[in-house]
Ligand binder design. Sequence first.
Ligand code: MD6
Ligand code: FE
Length: 214
Amino acid sequence: MSDLFASAAAGSGTALGAQAYVLHGFALAQAPTLLQDIAQIAAQAPFRQMRTPGGRLIRVAMTNCGECGWVSDRRGYRYATIDPDSGRPWPAMPAAFLQLATAAAAKAGFPDYRPQACLINRYRAGVGMGLHQDRDEDDAVAPIVSVSLGLPAVFLWGGRTRQERPRAFPLTHGDVVVWGGVDRMRFHGVRPLASGCDPATGDCRLNLTFRKVR
Ligand code: MD6
Ligand code: FE
């Protein structure tokens, strides 16, 4: 691992690629605040299961905060400023979210990160996310910042084609993954979660993914 993360005080990191890192425990101190903020967001914009353009139910439950949110329905995947369930704008991005995302991006070599959207995913036992690229954003260079809370998961980190076999990395409560630049379009996914009980989240894993959309 690079010396960037050599200092114990700064936390440790694992390089996934030239511009992709796991920042171990980077969000640990802020986690209680993030969880309180998630509960407030979910009170205004409840977690829901969306449908793929093909009509299948997405198993991960989702909501959003920020200027716009990721939505999926018969018309396709896109970013929308209005929550289709409520007809109101998505809840604002809490200060703690923005501060954490910009700090993680800066630590991984992406200064001046200004995410407009934060997708909040809830995974329960048996639920994962297949290998995919995040490609609904206009900006194909700015990083994705992904924060893991609650039950552990196995992150699958693949190549620039679906064919390349992914490597597996464990993610635990407070870990942050940042990928951008040359690694922005890498395939990635999450193995189906093992069941468990986390002191902070109970029976689920919560994941925040921050995106610069336009
Ligand atoms: C993760 N999440 O949960 C990684 N991508 O660790 C994603 O890759 C992701 O949660 C697109 C939409 C939602 C996600
Ligand atoms: Fe993704």
